[in-house]
Design a protein around this ligand. Structure first.
Ligand code: DCP
Ligand code: MG
Length: 408
């Protein structure tokens, strides 16, 4: 028996993600077959009813579609007709011509992606970003906000993980009005398989002992890492389920698929996976500084100092924009010719990535330091960072609801 402590890893995947985001702004389409994949010409046409003053929308359908577009995703209603991601729109039109077709709006999907990830992070900070609509979450050391029903601390780690996963689902829904599916398992491989088992809006706990019953009947291609080629190859060799793969002789697999892939497939089929959740830390600050070739005097070299100062602020601004952050504190760093170093910070009203705003705030910091010695180094820093998208959506949410689509 293994004495390794059990890890509890969750995989969260949003349900029919692009389509669900679109349905938030077109609620009249809820319950209908809808695919996302059109271009601008498939934008719904809005007319105002002269009598009632109500806005009516006319939607494009797949009927008569000619072109090379593909489906990015389909609502679950559309999936009943066999429509699915990556299918050509012309083929989809031949299967279900009355399906509504909407254009893609990646900016909206990215905003919702940021929102749901921030909601999860507030509950469980150890997150691995795994694409626009999915993340891995390490729940091993996360405790639910409340204890058991009788108030006693809960010791069963699976109960705990289930409670935390449930609160994550609720937080995602509160932040986005969207549903997701979560699988909780001892590792990433099984968690990803588990999140699909009860989609949509599912929560599945998958213990190691559940693998034969719930995982082994599935086709091998469900395993992340067994692509169409390996899958076809396995099928040709007579292996149609993960269970059959698990029962196959590892040496025989190695013979057909090479040492690394063959051995890995054997482990995967048994639900074994040691990979850790790779969290990416957000940067705490972004800064630029420069050491002058010769020490500068604030009085005599004023023009040169000022030009360098402005360039540093512009550098910080472009770094922020490139990385997609805004900062709420602007800092100044000064080193004198005697190597004494000073810093000053200013918190600004609204987080920014704008060079002129940074320059103004840093200029105010500069007024708060003595300038009677020569200066050896000058630096500008933006701190208290957060993603620029989060600021945008927070601002919009304050104004009105539903607000994520109201772009200026
Ligand atoms: N996507 C895409 N092209 C693909 C697959 C997916 O553009 N071939 C986009 C659209 C999806 C999003 O990525 O909405 C997430 O992919 P998923 O595989 O998670 O699919 P969905 O979230 O749409 O559906 P599900 O409920 O099955 O997760
Ligand atoms: Mg999804």
């Amino acid at each position: 028996m293994s004495t390794d402590p059990v890890r509890l890893i969750a995989h969260l995947d949003m349900d029919a993600f692009y389509a669900s985001v679109e349905l938030l702004r077109y609620p009249e389409l809820v319950g209908q077959a809808v695919v996302i994949g059109g271009g601008r010409r498939h934008q719904p046409v809005e007319t105002v009813d002269a009598v009632t003053g109500r806005t009516l929308r006319t939607f494009s359908t797949l009927r008569g579609y000619v072109g090379r577009g593909v489906i990015t995703t389909a609502t679950y209603e559309a999936r009943k007709y066999g429509l699915q991601s990556a299918m050509g729109l012309m083929k989809a039109a031949s299967l279900a011509p009355d399906t509504v077709l909407l254009p893609v709006d990646f900016d909206a999907y990215r905003r919702y992606s940021r929102l749901f990830k921030a909601a999860v992070r507030a509950i469980a900070p150890l997150i691995q970003d795994n694409g626009i609509d999915e993340i891995y979450i390490d729940l091993t050391d996360v405790h639910p906000a409340t204890d058991g029903e009788l108030g006693e601390p809960v010791t069963d780690p699976w109960w705990r993980a289930g409670a935390v996963a449930q609160s994550i689902r609720e937080a995602v829904r509160a932040a986005t009005k969207l549903s997701c599916s979560i699988g909780v398992a001892p590792n990433k491989l099984l968690a990803k398989l588990a999140s699909e088992l009860d989609k949509p809006d599912g929560l599945t706990l998958l213990r190691m002992e559940d693998v034969p019953r719930r995982i082994w009947p599935l086709p091998p291609r469900k395993i992340n890492g067994i692509g169409p080629k390996s899958s076809a190859r396995l099928e040709a060799l007579g292996i149609r389920t993960i269970g059959e793969l698990a029962a196959a002789d590892p040496a025989w697999l190695v013979e057909h698929f090479g040492r690394a892939h063959g051995a890995w497939m054997h482990e995967a089929a048994h639900g074994r996976d040691e990979r850790v959740v790779l969290t990416e830390m957000e940067p705490k600050s972004i800064s630029r500084e420069t050491t002058f070739d010769r020490d500068l005097s604030a009085q005599r070299d004023r023009a040169e100092l000022s030009a360098v100062f402005t360039a540093l602020c512009e550098g910080v601004s472009s770094d922020l924009k490139r990385k997609g952050y805004v900062g709420k504190t602007i800092g100044l760093k000064l080193r004198y010719d005697n190597f004494k170093t000073l810093t000053r910070d200013k918190t600004i009203e609204q987080a920014t990535d704008d060079a002129a705003v940074i320059r103004r705030a840093a200029g105010e910091c500069l007024k708060r330091v003595p300038l009677d010695r020569r200066i050896r180094l000058l630096g500008v820093r933006a701190g208290a960072l957060f993603p620029a998208d989060a600021r945008d959506s927070a601002l919009r949410t304050e104004q009105s609801e539903p607000s994520l689509f109201d772009e200026g």
